[in-house]
Write a protein that binds this ligand. Structure first.
Ligand code: GLN
Length: 205
């Protein structure tokens, strides 16, 4: 596992401050945002933490929603004013709590946040004992990706607009829909950058 404590004191990658575009905004109101920043540094991708509405400037081309606690993140998205710019539809990659925030339907929660991903997601779906575990499966064309689950959700129903990318033990845990990627697991807690690479086509923008 990558523990990226040093990134917590960094607000953006070295060259992001002056960038006009091509920067990934990482929602940083709560949760495992520092680990995503560490992944993007490994790729040489530009990033900036999103803590307040004014952080979402014209340089932001896509958004990462990290793991954490979705109810808390949902409240902070509203109070910071970050909800509207993220909801406007830039490419987005949600991990764990981020997948919950993206879903159109939540099975065991009355809230719906971005309501963008055509799926029904069950929070804390693996129960207390099995809440955290490690496994391996494919993500689309990516073979044998290490999957780290921390009290994660799974997808209990996939709508027609979404494509299944990852299944473990018959449970859907990775989806793609247009410019949305969503995983119930935490690629940012591994040293495998392949899913982040799909989201960050460095050099092609
Ligand atoms: N259980 C958390 C929630 O429902 C998600 C867990 C995570 O992001 N690691 O918000």
């Amino acid at each position: 596992m990558v523990v990226a404590v040093e990134y917590i004191s960094k607000e953006e990658s070295a060259d992001a401050e002056t960038a006009k575009h091509g920067v990934t905004g990482i929602l940083a109101v709560q949760g495992a945002f520092a680990e995503h920043a560490a992944m993007l540094d490994k790729l040489g991708a530009q990033w900036k933490l999103l803590r307040a509405a004014e952080d979402f400037d014209d340089s932001i081309d896509r958004v990462i929603l990290p793991g954490g606690e979705s109810t808390t993140q949902g409240k902070l998205l509203r109070s910071t004013g970050l909800f509207a710019p993220i909801a406007a539809g830039k490419p987005v990659f949600g991990t764990c709590a981020g997948m919950i925030l993206l879903a159109k339907r939540l099975e065991n929660d009355d809230n719906v946040y971005f309501g963008a991903l055509d799926a029904t997601v069950r929070r804390n779906a693996y129960g207390r004992q099995l809440g955290s575990f490690v496994s391996t499966a494919d993500f689309g064309d990516i073979k044998d990706f290490p999957l780290v689950f921390i009290r994660g959700p799974f997808v209990s129903d996939v709508g027609a607009d979404a494509t299944i990318e990852t299944e473990v033990d018959g449970r859907v845990v990775g989806l793609r829909q247009g410019n949305i990627l969503a995983t119930a697991f935490h690629p940012e807690l591994t040293d495998d950058t392949r899913i982040h690479v799909i989201f960050e086509p460095v050099g092609s923008r």
